[in-house]
Structure formats: structure tokens, C-alpha cells
Design a protein around this ligand. Structure first.
Ligand SMILES: NC(=O)c1ccc[n+]([C@@H]2O[C@H](COP(=O)([O-])OP(=O)(O)OC[C@H]3O[C@@H](n4cnc5c(N)ncnc54)[C@H](OP(=O)(O)O)[C@@H]3O)[C@@H](O)[C@H]2O)c1
Length: 334
């Protein structure tokens, strides 16, 4: 696995998004089967593990604790705060409409509570990367990053990250303390940041961590209709998966398939190779709870796309539908 470096640590440029093991995409895996995926990931050099306090309301961090405590030095461990799931922890309650389904909190008080809870759930004394999961529109980014810098000083986190920030927010944040990583959605059907945040992070020496690189599974071509998803699968609420959009978006998979045929690869592997080709500073964290998918994804590391492939992939048909429902779109590019 080709390596990427942040600070004094190096790790595989294809990492593992752990969210789906506990949350969002239908039933999570059983404990033993999730741990087997983590073990195999380590064998393959997939040692950048991504979680968040939100995923399963702390359950995903607890799941990782079963392995991380044993192999701490071999893992580049990232978690996140800011999406409030326990309203007793936030003072933003009064500032956000009671009816709002979503509160984002970037206040120093909230951050200090969250990091201790995450460290306890993970069973570690520090994380390598701590992201603000969404930028809080009510708190200046300078204040949030100032509080995160104090956590670096205290040794609780090694590096600071931001998820879904705008280019302007990144510039302001980076003046307060070096931002090590920006984690935002980047894939063949979400090319939103290709012309601003991706080049900006490269210029500033910030790692761009591409999340949902497989379009939440769509780009693998495995899913044929909404019927393929469990009743509680989050993708049922995603506009790109809505019935008519789904059918129209299948044309994107067909376009990727044409390139995949030339490489004797899967469309998912081509999707990952395209993301990694966006810059030396770009890494990715495809999510899975299954060993065969993990192995297939890790093997994308050896794919090299030609300029012709990249041109063809860069101009796939734009997707039908936003990448999030409306309530969530307000917090991206923040
Ligand atoms: N910062 C943020 O706001 C944010 C938002 C979303 C996600 N993330 C992070 O990014 C990680 C990755 O994103 P994601 O999980 O949303 O989307 P993704 O990696 O694009 O896709 C994951 C989905 O694709 C399926 N899949 C994975 N490999 C496959 C393969 N080789 N063939 C067929 N299907 C395959 C998985 O199935 P199974 O579940 O059945 O294995 C899962 O349903 C997450 O785990 C999370 O850590 C961050």
C-alpha cells in the first residue's frame, strides 16, 4: 500500500471508514465480524481508521476500542465532534430552533467535553486526528480552532481536521493553527471541491481525506434499485437515490464501467483510483463491513489511470439530485 505522511506518522493512502459497521447503511455488522474486518485491514496496510462520536451515538468508537487498544501504534486514528446527538452536552440548545433536527456545536466548552468522552469510548489517551465534523455557523472558526489547539498542547490530539469547510474557512482556520486534514465528500459523482478546496489544501500542505469515495456504494454498481436497501438505510433519504434519480444516475456507473473494462477492474476500484489521482495530498477512506469489499478496495492502490481515463471520468454525466437532503446541505461547504 502506498504511504501517506501526516506529521511523524505514515499510513496507507486507502484507509477504512468505519461508520457503516455501526450506523447508517442498514444493520451494522456483528462484533466478531466487524473485528475480523479490522484485523484484515491491518494485514493489508489499511491502517487509517475513521470514526466519529456521532456514528451509532458513540457505539462505533466503542467498537474500535476492542482493537485500537491492542494495536494503537499501528493505527492512524481519526474521530470527530460537532454533530450533537446528546443535547445535555450543548449550550446551543437555546440558539437553535427546538424543532431543528440537527445542532452543530463548535464552542470550546462543548469540544472539551467531547474529546474526553471520545477518548474514554475509544480507550486511548490521544487520537491522531480530531475533526470538527461540521463548521458551526454560530461560532467563529478562530474560536473553535483555538480550543482545538489547546487539545494539541494537552496531548489529547495530535492533529486538527475540519470536515466540509469552505475554502475561506480553511484559510482562516489555518492562520490560527496548522490544519492537518480536511475531510470532505469527493467522488466521481461529487466533484464539487475539485476546483477550490482540493487545490487549496494541496497549496497549504493539508491532506485532503475523501469520504464517500464510492458514492455510498452507488458507484460500485452493486445496487440496482431502492429495494436493495433495508427500511432504515439512510440512503433511502438521499436525493440521489430517490427513485427517478436512481435510474438516471445509473448512467454514471455505465460510463465508469467502460473505463473499468479497459483495466479489468471493478467500477468501485476505478472510482477510488480517480479520487487518489486528484493530488498527491489526497487519501481516501472507503467504508465497508465486509472483508471481500475491503480487499477489493485495497487492491485499487495499484491502479494507474491514464490521462485519457482521467479526462473521460472527469466528465461523467453530472448526478441527478443533491448529495444530502436539504437540512444537511445547509452545513456543507461551511
Ligand atoms: N465527514 C463526513 O461528514 C462523513 C460523511 C460520510 C462518511 N464519512 C466517513 O467516510 C467513510 C466512507 O464513506 P461512506 O461509508 O459514506 O461511503 P462509501 O465508502 O462511498 O461507500 C460505502 C458503501 O459502499 C459499500 N461498499 C464498499 N466497498 C464496496 C465494494 N468493493 N463493492 C460493493 N460495495 C462496496 C459498503 O457496503 P457494506 O456497508 O455492505 O460493506 C457501503 O454500503 C465512512 O465510513 C465515514 O467514516 C464521513
Amino acid at each position: 500500500m502506498k504511504q501517506h505522511v501526516i506529521g511523524s506518522q505514515s499510513f496507507g493512502r486507502i484507509g477504512l471508514g468505519c461508520m457503516g459497521m455501526s450506523w447508517a447503511y442498514g444493520p451494522g455488522g456483528e462484533l466478531d465480524s466487524n473485528l475480523a474486518v479490522l484485523d484484515r485491514a491491518l494485514e493489508l496496510g489499511v491502517n487509517h481508521w475513521d470514526t466519529a462520536d456521532l456514528y451509532g451515538q458513540g457505539e462505533n468508537e466503542k467498537l474500535l476500542s476492542h482493537r485500537v487498544s491492542q494495536v494503537r501504534d499501528q493505527i492512524f486514528l481519526a474521530t470527530k465532534f460537532a454533530n450533537v446527538f446528546d443535547r445535555t452536552l450543548t449550550s446551543h440548545q437555546d440558539q437553535v430552533a427546538a424543532s431543528s433536527p440537527w445542532i452543530v456545536d463548535g464552542t470550546p466548552e462543548y469540544i472539551r467535553k467531547c474529546i474526553d468522552l471520545s477518548l474514554a469510548r475509544l480507550g486511548v489517551d490521544h487520537v491522531d486526528l480530531y475533526y470538527q465534523h461540521r463548521v458551526d455557523p454560530l461560532v467563529p472558526i478562530e474560536e473553535t480552532v483555538g480550543a482545538l489547539a489547546e487539545l494539541v498542547q494537552a496531548g489529547k490530539i495530535k492533529h486538527i481536521g475540519l470536515s466540509e469547510p469552505s475554502a475561506d474557512t480553511i484559510r482562516r482556520a489555518h492562520k490560527v493553527h496548522p490544519i492537518a486534514a480536511v475531510q470532505s465528500e469527493l467522488s466521481l459523482w461529487t466533484q464539487d471541491y475539485v476546483h477550490d478546496v482540493v487545490p487549496l489544501t494541496g497549496e497549504l500542505g493539508i491532506t485532503f481525506v475523501a469520504y464517500s469515495p464510492l458514492g455510498r456504494g452507488f458507484l460500485t454498481g452493486k445496487y440496482k434499485s431502492l429495494e436493495d436497501f433495508a427500511a432504515d438505510d439512510w440512503r433511502r433519504n438521499n436525493p440521489r437515490y430517490a427513485e427517478e434519480a436512481f435510474a438516471a444516475n445509473m448512467a454514471i456507473v455505465d460510463q465508469v464501467q467502460a473505463v473499468a473494462n479497459r483495466h479489468q477492474a471493478t467500477t468501485g476500484q476505478i472510482a477510488l483510483a480517480w479520487v487518489l489521482a486528484q493530488g498527491q495530498h489526497v487519501v481516501t477512506i472507503p467504508g465497508t463491513k465486509r472483508i471481500p469489499y475491503l480487499e477489493e478496495n485495497a487492491a485499487a492502490d495499484s491502479l494507474v489511470l491514464s490521462p485519457t481515463d482521467l479526462a473521460e471520468l472527469g466528465s461523467v454525466q453530472p448526478p441527478v439530485g443533491e448529495r444530502y437532503p436539504e437540512t444537511a446541505m445547509q452545513y456543507v461547504n461551511g
